[in-house]
Ligand binder design. Structure first.
Ligand code: MOS
Length: 714
């Protein structure tokens, strides 16, 4: 089939073929501009001043001396900043009022924004910000997170707080084998390479914000509501983004920049420092999780309980829904889950790659490994025996459930069959060696989006969609999807993203970006092709079609929709130094149709790398005395570096989503899920000692190592 515009034979095979990033050349040559690099005439620079106490009130700000400093234009604070509406419901629920800066004198946590100093240059702004004297009435703070808090309460977030089926105690009592263990994960941070940055300006009566975010529609909508503006009079652009992982939504710096641009009637840029990111851009809450499993001797679960406690701030409720993973993965006659919260004088946590599933899978998949050991059953066989037929809590059918196919392929490639299940047996010089495995899952969804596709008079096609490419390769994936939908080669498709003027679209989040956008692009392209087959010829301005997938997505049947995966790790542990090295990892995923194998593999490997980091390195430590972090920087907060990361292989099994026009599920988050558990399980296999607290630091391995040596000697 040919179209009137191509005059060439048709193509329909771009999806599924490796394609380098369409913006790759711009990125490596520096032509791609990030939010803090875009030049403006008359640009002024804002620097945030953040609180040095964890709880209390601002008594005074001594602005007069600062306003006399060279280059200083203004100081915004709670006495002079514009009032905003922070009591609205936005695209993702009620926003974190941390973004509604300078509205009151209350300080709810260390690092809370108390002022913005604006000057002609960033250096002048920073110097003046550091010179600003702020006096506080300090109140006692409470930042102590532990599983023992009597003030913890069940909290909903985006899923029910508690699910309960069956009589847990009687099923546990009737079980041949029981695992009852507490697992903890620490506070973790997103650490994107590009710090948050925004420039705001008024341009012909419209507010324009150049930003680094995960969704221009999202930030546009939030700013419009907050400043009581018509959404059409707000334009947010975010063309290139150096990582987000959940942290790049509406934050204090965009709001402060808009306030300053309004006050000064000049473009104002606010860039966060790495240190400020630790208190202003969200993070993953620490968790304390208790898992109780009861099984028959053959490993079949009679009882499953997964309770998770996380923290939130005093200004906003955010739940890290770690117990949610148990509602998907395993069924039991008695099945109880609960997500609970405690409110502390800390910044509000937020979504961070695989929110819930990342820490939840550490606990659950480590507990499964303990159960496998106690039952004397291979960990993969144990999971096979407990594969649920339907959603354990929802009772809904799964759209596809290819977890076991992942384990089969993974076991074959990893050499699992040769593994001696007994721990502490393999030694290589000073290293004890072990292997471990764990399951992964993450929700596969789609959200309504709009897309605009234009057939240009020169035979090319332009796709416009308010998508975000946060480093994932989304722009390239959409180019391939559009090419197939238009039946042309990718070089004839130009995809433009990151502009709220293109119409509402899903954010890059929840592993739903590419699927949601691809659906809208496919729908617009299909209609455009119909228009083109009418053969009317293309006028100079082109022919443009707009799609909206709201109705199609609203009509989707209720099902359990998930990506799955099987994680494998081999570690070497030196119990005399406490050092753990990951030697190799393999992840096999069932994550829908893979659009671009090149960038998809990179996504999976990136998630698995973060799993290494989560298992062994990452930990933000809060000082109880000050209420702030120790070492809020990338020297003190260690993320896996190149030398920590071994050969990692990621691949997938065939798993097209039956209800998606392209077969996509979404791959952004499943790569981290289960990865830390596979490593912890491998550390047990190497040493015979269970590590239930992340990260598995040398000081945690040392005493455990000594105990293990002692046990073996005895
Ligand atoms: Mo992700 S936590 O949905 O950016």
């Amino acid at each position: 089939m040919t179209t009137t515009t191509t005059g060439t034979s048709t193509v329909n095979g771009s999806v599924g073929t490796a394609h380098t990033r369409v913006e790759g050349r711009d990125k490596v040559t520096g032509a791609a501009r990030y939010a803090a690099e875009i030049p403006f005439d008359e640009l002024a620079h804002g620097w945030l001043v953040v609180s040095t106490i964890a709880r209390g009130r601002i008594r005074s700000l001594e602005t007069a001396p600062v306003l006399e400093m060279t280059g200083v234009l203004t100081v915004l604070h709670h006495h002079n900043a514009p009032r905003v509406d922070s009591d609205y419901v936005g695209m993702l629920g009620t926003p974190d009022p941390t973004a509604a800066v300078f509205q009151h004198d209350r300080v709810p946590h260390m690092g809370w924004p108390v002022a913005l100093v604006v000057a002609e240059t960033p250096e002048q702004a920073r110097e003046a910000a550091e010179a600003l004297v702020v006096r506080y009435e300090e109140e006692p703070h409470d930042v102590a997170f532990s599983g023992e808090r009597p003030d913890a309460y069940a909290a909903e977030g985006h899923m029910p707080a508690v699910t309960e089926k069956g009589d847990l105690d009687s099923e546990l009592a009737a079980s041949a084998v029981v695992v009852d263990a507490e697992y903890t994960t620490p506070e973790e941070h997103h650490s994107p390479m590009e710090p948050h940055a925004a420039t705001a300006r008024w341009d012909g009566g419209r507010l324009e914000v150049l930003d680094s975010n995960q969704g221009t529609t999202w930030v546009q909508g939030e700013l419009a509501k907050m400043f009581s503006l018509d959404p059409d009079s707000v334009r947010v652009r975010s063309e290139h983004v150096g990582g987000g992982f959940g942290s790049k939504g509406l934050r204090a710096h965009q709001v402060a920049a808009v306030m300053a641009a309004t006050a000064l009637q000049r473009p104002v840029r606010v860039v966060l420092t790495r240190r400020q990111m630790f208190s202003l851009t969200g993070y993953r809450s620490p968790t304390t999780q208790r898992i109780r499993l009861g099984a028959d001797a053959d490993g079949r679960l009679r009882a499953l309980e997964h309770r998770s406690l996380s923290l939130t701030s005093t200004v906003h409720e955010f739940v890290e829904p770690s117990a949610g993973v148990a509602r998907v993965m395993y069924d039991a006659d008695a099945h109880h889950t609960a997500n609970r919260l405690v409110r502390l004088d800390v910044p509000t946590p937020t979504w961070m790659r695989a929110p819930g599933e990342a820490p939840g899978s550490f606990a659950l998949e480590a507990a499964l490994d303990e159960l496998a050991e106690k039952c004397g059953i291979d960990p993969i066989e144990l999971r096979a025996r407990n594969k649920p037929e339907r959603g354990p809590v929802s009772g809904l059918p799964f759209s596809t459930h290819n977890l076991l196919a992942c384990f089969q392929e993974g076991a074959r490639r990893f050499g699992w069959a040769d593994r001696d299940p007994r721990p502490g047996l393999r030694r290589n010089g000073r290293w004890l060696l072990g292997t471990g495995t764990a399951a992964a899952s993450f929700g596969a969804g789609a959200m309504p989006s709009t897309a605009v596709v234009t057939a240009e008079a020169d035979g090319t096609f332009t796709v416009r969609i308010a998508a975000a490419d946060i480093g994932t390769g989304a722009r390239t994936a959409l180019t391939l999807v559009a090419a197939d939908a238009l039946e042309v080669t990718p070089d004839r498709v130009h995809v433009r993203i990151g502009d709220s003027d293109f119409g509402p679209a899903m954010i890059a989040g929840g592993s739903m970006g590419t699927r949601s956008w691809a659906w809208a692009v496919t729908a617009a392209a299909a209609e455009l092709r119909e228009r083109l087959t009418l053969g009317t010829g293309i006028p100079p301005e082109g022919i443009t079609v707009r799609s909206d997938t709201s109705a199609a997505i609203g009509a989707l049947a209720q099902k359990e929709r998930h990506s799955f995966g099987a994680q494998f790790a081999e570690v070497a542990v030196d119990v005399t130094t406490g050092e753990v090295r990951v030697r190799r990892m393999l992840g096999i995923f069932a994550a829908g149709r893979i659009v671009n194998p090149l960038t998809a593999r990179s996504q999976f490997v990136g998630g698995m790398t973060w799993g290494i980091s989560m298992a062994l390195h990452e930990e933000a430590v809060r000082d109880q005395a000050s209420g702030g972090h120790y070492g809020a920087d990338l020297a003190g907060y260690h993320v896996a570096a190149h030398a920590d990361v071994p050969h990692i292989e990621a691949d997938w099994v065939d798993d097209p989503d039956p209800d998606d026009p392209v077969g996509i599920k979404g791959i952004g988050e499943v790569g981290i899920v289960g990865a830390a558990a596979a490593i912890a399980n491998a550390v047990w296999h190497a040493t015979g000692v269970r590590h239930r607290h992340l990260p598995i630091r040398p000081d945690r391995v040392l005493p455990a190592g000594a105990a293990a040596e002692g046990e073996r000697d005895a």
